[in-house]
Design a protein around this ligand. Structure first.
Ligand SMILES: Cc1cc2nc3c(=O)[nH]c(=O)nc-3n(C[C@H](O)[C@H](O)[C@H](O)COP(=O)(O)O)c2cc1C
Ligand SMILES: CCCCC(=O)C(=O)O
Length: 309
């Protein structure tokens, strides 16, 4: 290993900043508005201390666990993130191979740059499919069913994005979204720069169904047999509502602080959600997980696993 090789996730982020065009780096790294929650997701972890017990035999460590009955080598899954080809030509196929090599679960984004079929055929591995609901429900149903046919094992419904968060870096950079091959022939995938603002934001306003509500979990269940997880829960109330709706898992998430700024740091609300759920379904968490100690803290506070972006 050379002395410049990264030894932690933060150093990978610095390398990305050096290598990527500013428009893309800012898209990947940025949050909504003041980016208060973006910082707090990380700070909240740093406020939690660990009290170790000594003289415990740690010569054999087994971090494996099961999530919805699927075995993974550790409680660390890959969070759904859009547009991987903006960072690397192989895009989500490379991510899928990495997740498979680590024997963990990848959640593939609805806004992936490689297709469901390309990812499914690239390697073995347990994969879940994340879903945004479009106004054109037929398109969303088509994608969910393609994922099911291609061996994806669960649906992750992202509940915190009826509209896109106000990401000021993207507005300033006049962010241009990439071409999404999954939607070829289904919607216009041409993406032009706008005279002002983020074309991603304009696209979401045109395409995403802002009327998304609890009853749509039933709709989702009517189009797929796969288990459904809900992503974006931050309160005990919504956790209980999720159970009533019959979900198979809950992901405590504020979308990496990219949606509503001034939501609480995810690790600070985990216990409340876990208490409301009472281990009836697995509770997962993402947001600010950058180190093994963060994973440990989330597990200790009741998460079954974490997702990293
Ligand atoms: C570049 C980027 C793209 C994302 N795209 C999606 C997406 O398509 N669907 C989704 O549900 N969440 C998306 N997220 C949110 C992540 O799944 C996850 O909730 C969040 O990144 C966790 O916080 P962290 O970035 O601090 O790890 C995205 C996050 C990032 C950073
Ligand atoms: C239209 C895709 C939105 C992607 C996303 O969820 C994110 O950038 O956070």
């Amino acid at each position: 290993m050379g002395s410049d090789d990264p030894v932690n996730v933060n150093q990978f982020q610095q390398l990305a900043k050096q290598l990527l065009p500013k428009m893309y780096y800012d898209f990947f790294a940025g949050g909504a508005e003041d980016e208060h929650t973006l910082k707090d997701n990380i700070k909240a972890f740093s406020r939690i201390m660990i009290l170790p017990r000594v003289l415990v035999d740690v010569s054999r460590i087994d971090m494996s666990t099961t999530i919805l009955g699927f075995e993974t080598s550790s409680p660390i899954m890959v969070a759904p993130t859009s547009y991987h080809q903006l960072a690397h030509p192989q895009g989500e196929v490379a991510t899928a191979r990495a997740a498979s090599a680590c024997n963990t679960i990848m959640v593939m984004s609805y806004s992936s740059t490689r297709t469901i079929e390309e990812v499914a055929s690239s390697c073995d591995g347990v994969r879940f499919f994340q879903v945004y609901v479009y106004k054109r429900r037929d398109i969303t149903a088509h994608l969910v069913q393609r994922a099911e046919r291609n061996g994806f094992k669960a649906i992750v419904l992202t509940a915190d994005t009826p509209r896109l968060g106000r990401r000021e870096a993207d507005i300033r950079n006049r962010m241009i979204r990439p071409h999404l091959k999954n939607f070829e022939g289904l919607i216009s995938t041409k993406a032009d720069s706008l005279a002002r603002g983020s074309n991603l934001q304009a696209f979401v306003a045109d395409t995403f169904d802002a009327s998304l509500s609890w009853k749509d979990i039933e709709w989702l269940r009517s189009i797929t047999k796969l288990p459904i997880l809900i992503k974006g829960v931050l309160t005990g109330e919504d956790a209980m509502r999720s159970l009533e709706a019959g979900v198979d898992g809950i992901i405590v998430s504020n979308h990496g602080a990219r949606q509503l700024d001034y939501t609480p740091a995810t690790i600070s609300v985990l216990e409340e959600v876990v208490r409301a759920v009472g281990f009836k379904v697995p509770v997962l968490l993402d947001g600010g997980v950058r180190r093994g100690t963060d994973v440990f803290k989330a597990i200790a506070l009741g998460a079954r696993a974490v997702l990293v972006s």
